[in-house]
Design a protein around this ligand. Structure first.
Ligand code: FE
Ligand code: FE
Ligand code: FE
Length: 166
């Protein structure tokens, strides 16, 4: 494994981790959307899938500007979070309860991304990479917006529906 000798190299390492995370999500979100019983939840997963594809492209743009390859790193945390999402998909639960569980998994995922992009955007700013900072901040905002959209959906309807027994 190559030595990370300074913040610039740690920044590249973080970008590669995020790239892997987004790629894994592009595979996972359609499965979560398919299993969502509530049409609004399905729509939220589908629209975040489209955003996620753009987020992956933004990371490619950032890497291109820096003259590095986004690489083949595996984000093990996202792998684990998605595995938990798959366990929820397979859970023997009422559709309403499963929806509440899918939101819980999805919000864990968004929080992981918010933390990753928060760090990466801060590194970009500290290192003076203003284009990268701008692109990473755009994605950070989308992840935060998705988290609050899911929160509102849970609060307004999904959790209430899940309180009733079948
Ligand atoms: Fe993302
Ligand atoms: Fe990671
Ligand atoms: Fe996300």
């Amino acid at each position: 494994m190559a030595k990370l000798k300074n913040l610039e190299e740690l920044f590249h390492h973080e970008l590669k981790d995020l790239y892997s995370a987004e790629k894994q999500l592009i595979e996972a979100l359609p499965k979560m959307a398919k299993k969502a019983a509530d049409p609004k939840l399905r729509e939220a997963f589908e629209s975040h899938l489209e955003e996620t594809k753009v987020q992956k492209e933004r990371l490619e743009q950032v890497c291109e500007k820096l003259g590095i390859s986004p690489g083949r790193m595996k984000c093990k945390a996202m792998e684990g979070l998605i595995a938990e999402g798959e366990e929820m998909i397979d859970e023997n639960a009422s559709p309403e309860t499963k929806d509440a569980g899918l939101i819980a998994c999805a919000q864990r995922i968004e929080h992981y991304e918010i933390s990753g992009y928060g760090t990466a955007a801060q590194f970009a700013e500290s290192l003076g990479h203003s284009d990268a900072h701008k692109l990473l901040s755009e994605t950070l905002k989308e992840e935060k917006d998705t988290d609050s959209k899911l929160n509102k959906l849970a609060k307004a309807s999904i959790n209430k529906k899940a309180m009733k027994e079948e």
